[in-house]
Design a protein around this ligand. Structure first.
Ligand SMILES: [Zn+2]
Length: 344
């Protein structure tokens, strides 16, 4: 008889070995306190924390806004090209350690240009690290430029027009930051403009905001994936549409609990989303702030819902299906996943 702890560690080993694809990761949210202190020293900046421990202790959030306040404060230490490189490289090393084989990374240009850091500094630092990640770690990756929805849509448009000088560096646009009171519809023009430039489209919706914001992201912005989207279950018609159109949801379980979208992991609606036949994926969102990278997110939901290998493999395959990659690369991602699933 296999003891419960033995079964648990087998499952942990399976999750670790499973080749994973991450589709919802904010690079600024991968800024660990250790690196934050190192970059603050490098750039001669003061931090509002005495120590790394104090910084971690401050990561006790009431809601999305209380997190965003610390997130933007943390991002201030990112000044030079090397800072952005080091941040992205640190994330890629975590990816390698957790068997992430493809990742699509969000960045927030307005969080940097708004404090006088040029877009080419941001992008050359990150893309230099991504090229190294591809070469040295075998991790494929892409960048998605996110607009800050708490700022005026006109500023998003200006940001996009400037970013077109660097278009070879990113494949799509997204929408993040404070959701409540900032519905997707306001950003219709800039998404239409991005679409006309051949960009892939995603948006955060239905995290704190209502199901209507998910409809708006689909109809007004014409996005291909919904980031979070967990509140879709409040509208059965929406759930049916997401299922029939195979619109992926990039769900971030640890983030949802830390930001009190759900009171506890046991109350998360992931099982409902899966049972409804949605293309659900597991992601880390802002791992340095929410207590875990993708593997810890898989663990958390496996434990909370006693997920088996088939369900975990399905979550990984869903992410390969939802990735913005060539059909060749998708076939390769799925083969890598199936190899491990078949061998265990
Ligand atoms: Zn997010």
């Amino acid at each position: 008889m296999i003891s419960e702890s033995r079964a648990g560690s087998d499952m942990q080993a399976f999750i670790h070995a499973l080749p994973k694809v991450e589709l919802h990761l904010h690079i600024e949210g991968a800024l660990e306190p250790e690196l934050m202190f190192r970059l603050a020293r490098r750039n001669g900046l003061d931090l509002p924390y005495e120590s790394i421990e104090q910084a971690r202790a401050a990561y006790d959030f009431q809601d999305l806004q209380s997190f965003l306040d610390l997130y933007y404060q943390g991002a201030r230490v990112l000044v030079q090209e090397q800072d952005f490189h080091d941040l992205a490289w640190a994330y890629l090393e975590r990816c390698a350690a957790q068997n992430v084989i493809h990742t699509e990374i969000f960045f927030d240009p307005q969080a940097h240009t708004g404090r006088g850091v040029d877009l080419d500094v941001v992008l050359s630092g990150i893309t230099r690290a991504l090229a190294e990640g591809e070469r040295r770690l075998g991790i494929s990756s892409a960048l998605i430029l996110c607009f800050l929805r708490h700022l005026p849509p006109q500023e998003a448009m200006e940001t996009f027009e400037q970013a077109l000088d660097f278009r070879k560096y990113f494949i799509g646009v997204g929408l993040d930051s404070a959701e409540q009171g900032n519905p997707p519809a306001g950003f219709r023009d800039v998404f239409a403009r991005a679409r006309s430039e051949g960009m892939r489209l995603v948006a955060h919706a239905g995290e704190e905001g209502p199901a209507a914001y998910i409809w708006s992201a689909l109809r007004d912005l014409r996005v291909e994936r919904i980031d979070h989207g967990v509140r879709c279950t409040e509208d059965p018609e929406l759930v049916a549409h997401l299922r029939d159109a195979r619109i992926p949801l990039t769900v971030c379980p640890l983030s949802n609990v830390r930001l009190k979208v759900f009171d506890a992991m046991s109350g998360h609606n992931l099982p409902r989303l899966m049972e409804a036949g949605l293309v659900v994926t597991i992601n880390s969102d802002d791992p340095a702030y929410f207590g875990g990278y993708i593997e810890e997110n898989y663990h958390a939901v496996q434990q909370a819902f006693d997920l088996g290998r088939d369900e975990l493999a399905q979550l990984a395959r869903n992410a390969a299906e939802a990735a913005f990659v060539s059909s060749n690369r998708r076939r390769y991602l799925l083969e890598r996943i199936n190899e491990v699933v078949d061998s265990r």
